[in-house]
Design a protein around this ligand. Structure first.
Ligand code: GTP
Ligand code: MG
Length: 221
């Protein structure tokens, strides 16, 4: 009987653990976003924006939500560091791609990198959230404009040679219709990591999506 109650107690009080990777170009605001999430959800505030420098490697953070612990891995976005991203894909439960909506000069580079993420076989069935950051700036594209920018880039893009689908390759070239479908069903949220606007909505989105993919493990009974 003791074991039955202990098992029940463990089941009722357990916390599911989920990992979320935060990726995107350098300067997009990923670390600012992570630190804002920590400030909003943890008793100890995250690092203030003026103390944040470019990320070389990763930053980690953890927040506690009802019956859930969410671990965040904020990865460096500089060109040379992007090659570490796929190492995290197997272990994560959701992906956040942050873009700087005020930096129109880098949109084409952003979409090239984002396209590789969309083409990653290991991410195909994972929740993917696109954050149009820096909405506090007048010059930033709105969510609708971000979508239009992606569509325009997709249409204007030269035909690419097919990427070989080998076990070593990180991407497969999905048919354009599949990508258009994935993009159309993709959620894009406007946020300001600096001011915190939209950050709770983004965390709620992640919480709901990872909960939906929860596999109830009855092995504790
Ligand atoms: N105005 C504004 N600036 C922001 C916002 N988020 C980040 N920034 C600024 O953008 C710059 C880059 O922010 P980071 O958080 O370091 O960017 P990152 O994506 O982590 O960059 P890497 O670590 O190099 O990949 C900093 O000057 C931030 O203060 C935002 O929502 N609004
Ligand atoms: Mg960073």
């Amino acid at each position: 009987m003791y074991h039955l109650f202990k098992g029940l107690h463990t089941y009722l009080t357990r916390k599911d653990e989920y990992s979320v990777v935060i990726i995107g170009l350098d300067n997009a605001g990923k670390t600012t976003m992570l630190e804002k999430i920590k400030t909003l959800y943890n008793p100890t505030p995250g690092m203030p924006p003026d103390k944040i420098g470019p990320t070389v490697g990763q930053n980690i953070g953890k927040i506690s939500l009802p019956s859930t612990t969410m671990h965040f891995f904020d990865l460096g976005g500089q060109r040379d560091i992007r090659s570490i991203w796929p190492r995290y894909y197997d272990e994560c439960h959701a992906v956040v791609f942050v873009l700087d909506a005020s930096d129109q000069a880098r949109l084409s580079e952003t979409w090239e990198v984002f396209d590789e993420v969309l083409n990653s076989p290991r991410l195909l069935n994972l929740p993917l959230l696109l954050l149009a950051n820096k909405q506090d700036k007048d010059t930033s594209l709105t969510v609708a404009e971000v979508r239009e920018s992606h569509d325009a880039w997709q249409r204007a893009r030269p035909e690419r040679a097919p990427v070989p689908d080998s076990p070593q390759s990180h991407t497969i070239d999905l048919p354009d219709e599949d990508k258009a479908q994935r993009m159309a069903s993709l959620d894009v949220l406007g946020v300001s990591a600096l001011e915190g606007t939209g950050v709770r909505e983004a965390v709620d989105w992640l919480y709901i999506r990872v909960q939906n993919s929860r596999q109830v493990d009855d092995s504790t009974f």
